[in-house]
Design a protein around this ligand. Structure first.
Ligand code: ATP
Length: 348
C-alpha cells in the first residue's frame, strides 16, 4: 500500500525546492520499488493571500490524514504554520543533523553532530502580555516534555558516538533545573552514553571554536532554534541543513532555512529539502517496517555526497552556477543510474 505524503510547498524558494524533493522521491520510488502518493496542503503566506488564512482547515485535515508531511519554508506566517503544527500535532522532537560535507567550504573537517531540540514548549508557547510600558513572555517547561525529549536524545546517541551535551541556562534561571534533572534522570537508563552539561552561552562559543567535540546536543526550544542556525553556518550553508519534527505517531520534515527572499528561486539550493525527504524515508521506513525506504534513504544520502564530490551541479551558495532544476536533474540521473549505492550506514 502506498504511503501518503502531504506536501506544503511554502513561500519564496519553497515551491522550487519542494518540487525538486518530490522529483527525487519519485525517482527513488521507481528505483527502490516502494509506493508514495502525494497530496498538496497549501499553507503559509500564499494560503493567507488566496484563502484568507495561513493554515486552512482543509490543509490541516490533509496533513492529519497523511502518513508524513514534507514541508517547504514558509514566510511571514511561519508562526501560524510551523509553530502551530508542532504544538497541534504534538511533534515534540526536533532533530537536526549537522555534518561537514565533501567540497563544501568550511573552517572545520569531520564535524558531525545532531541538535535535539524540544519542540512544543518554552517561550514558543507564545504566552505573552504586551502593553505600552511592558512585555512579558512566559517560559513553559514541563517534566513530561523534558523527559520525552531527553529519551529521544539518548536513543539517538546510543547509535552514534554515545555522548549527550545537555544545554541550558540553569545558572541564571531556576526553571532550567526541571530540564536538567529530567535529562540526568533519563541518562541513568543509558549507561553506555556519557552525559555532560553546558551553559548555552558556552555552547554557542564551543560550537564556533571546537564543533567536533559535540555528538548529540539536547536543549530547549528557543536555544535549539538559535544554536541550529549557528550550526548550519558551521557546516557550510543553510542550503544543506535539514530537520525532522517527530511525535509519537507522525513526522513532519523540512529544511532549516527560511524562504530566502533575497535570492532568485530558480537558483535555490534544493539539497536541504531533498535531505529532509531522506529523513522522511528513514522515519517512514522504520515506523512502517519498509526496508526499501530505508535503502532508498541510504542511496539518496550517497547520491547527494557523490553530487557534492563531483562538483559539477552546484548552486551559487555552494560556489557553483547551476539552477535548482539542473541540480535536481543531475541527482535524479545519478539515482536512476544507481550512483547512490551503499557505502556507509545511515546515521543521523
Ligand atoms: P525567512 O524570513 O523566510 O526566515 P531569511 O532570509 O530571514 O528568510 P533564510 O531564508 O533562512 O532567512 O536565509 C538566510 C540566508 O541563507 C539568505 O541569505 C538566503 O539567501 C540563504 N539561503 C537560505 N536557504 C537557501 C537555499 N536553499 N539556497 C541558497 N541560499 C539559501
Amino acid at each position: 500500500m502506498a504511503c501518503v505524503v502531504s506536501i506544503i510547498p511554502g513561500d519564496g524558494i519553497g515551491p522550487a525546492v519542494v518540487s525538486s524533493a518530490r522529483k527525487v522521491l519519485e525517482a527513488l520510488s521507481e528505483v527502490y520499488g516502494f509506493k508514495l502518493s502525494f497530496v498538496e496542503a497549501l499553507a503559509g503566506d500564499a494560503a493567507k493571500r488566496d484563502f484568507g488564512e495561513p493554515m486552512p482547515k482543509d490543509s490541516l485535515d490533509k496533513i492529519r490524514s497523511s502518513d508524513a508531511c514534507l514541508k517547504g519554508p514558509v514566510g511571514e506566517t511561519a508562526k501560524d504554520v510551523i509553530v502551530f503544527l508542532r504544538q497541534k500535532l504534538d511533534l515534540y522532537a526536533n532533530i537536526r543533523p549537522f555534518k561537514t560535507l565533501p567540497r563544501v567550504s568550511t573552517k572545520w573537517r569531520d564535524v558531525d553532530f545532531v541538535v535535539v531540540r524540544e519542540n512544543t514548549e518554552d517561550l514558543y508557547k507564545c504566552v505573552e502580555d504586551v502593553g505600552e510600558e511592558y512585555a512579558v513572555a512566559l517560559m513553559v517547561l514541563t517534566k513530561k516534555a523534558c523527559t520525552r525529549i531527553a529519551k529521544v536524545a539518548f536513543q539517538i546517541a546510543e547509535n552514534r558516538r554515545r555522548k549527550v551535551t545537555v544545554v541550558h541556562k540553569g545558572n541564571v534561571l531556576r526553571s532550567f533545573e526541571l530540564f536538567r534533572a529530567a535529562a540526568l534522570n533519563v541518562a541513568k537508563s543509558y549507561p553506555s552514553v556519557s552525559v555532560e552539561e553546558m551553559l548555552v552561552d558556552n555552547a554557542a562559543y564551543q560550537l564556533v571554536v571546537n564543533p567536533q567535540r559535540f555528538d548529540v546536543i539536547l536543549t530547549t526550544n528557543m536555544f535549539g532554534d538559535i544554536l541550529s542556525d549557528e550550526a548550519a553556518g558551521i557546516v557550510g550553508s543553510l542550503g544543506l541543513a535539514y530537520s525532522a519534527n517527530i511525535g509519537d505517531g507522525f513526522g513532519l520534515f523540512e529544511p532549516v532555512h527560511g524562504t530566502a527572499p533575497d535570492i532568485d528561486p530558480s537558483y535555490a539550493n534544493p539539497l536541504a529539502q531533498v535531505m529532509a525527504s531522506k529523513m522522511m524515508l528513514e522515519w517512514l521506513g522504520s515506523t512502517k517496517g519498509n526496508a526499501s525506504m530505508l535503502e532508498a534513504a541510504n542511496g539518496l544520502e550517497n547520491a547527494v555526497l557523490s553530487l557534492l564530490e563531483e562538483g559539477e551541479a552546484l548552486t551559487p551558495d555552494l560556489g557553483g552556477r547551476a539552477t535548482t532544476e539542473e541540480v535536481t536533474r543531475r541527482l535524479v540521473d545519478m539515482l536512476l543510474k544507481g550512483r547512490g549505492t551503499s557505502r556507509r550506514p545511515v546515521v543521523y
